[in-house]
Design a protein around this ligand. Sequence first.
Ligand code: CA
Length: 223
Amino acid sequence: MRILVVEDDPDLNRQLVTALGDAGYVVDKAMDGEEGHYLGETEPYDAVVLDLGLPVLDGVSVLEKWRRAGKKMPVLILTARDRWSDKVAGFDAGADDYVPKPFHMEEVLARVRALLRRTAGHATSEITCGPMVLDTKSARVTVNGTAIKLTSLEFRLLAYLMHHVGKVVSRTELVEHLYDQDFDRDSNTIEVFVGRLRKKLGVDVLHTIRGMGYCISEPDNAK
Ligand code: CA
């Protein structure tokens, strides 16, 4: 899952990027509203953490422009404490949730997790497919109750597919959501990672749909 952080405070920006990266997400960052708006409009993010007080273009304007352009990704806004009018303006502009500053990083992470799984239609932190369970809170994967050890990229790949369980995801879409903007992308490597992941999982849940992409579904649905 790929996240955009738009925050002009350098320390806070770095803390958010680090914490989200440690939590297993791919993270792009912007330091002002214009850069943030551009990235959000041109790159496919699964969620955005958006500060409201930003130079060049303020957060509410950024959000309004995205929504007017039809961008539907979930957006968590960061608001100044006790500024109820900020929250109202943010929600009216199309925000999905907010965290007042100063905040505990754990709360931001929990709210991002909730936004991602609600967008994908999951009500709890665990996503299940047959014998496989992905716990988005602890970033753990189990098959028939046994924990599976994955590299961070394998986990990202599986997490993205699990958030879209039952749907066919193209290789291009995977590349866009598994790597940040600076990464030298090569969609051929995805095939290699899928092969490794399939082997590690040991159950037939990760299917290749010829010419279209990949799909996670229960073993019974396998062809
Ligand atoms: Ca700010």
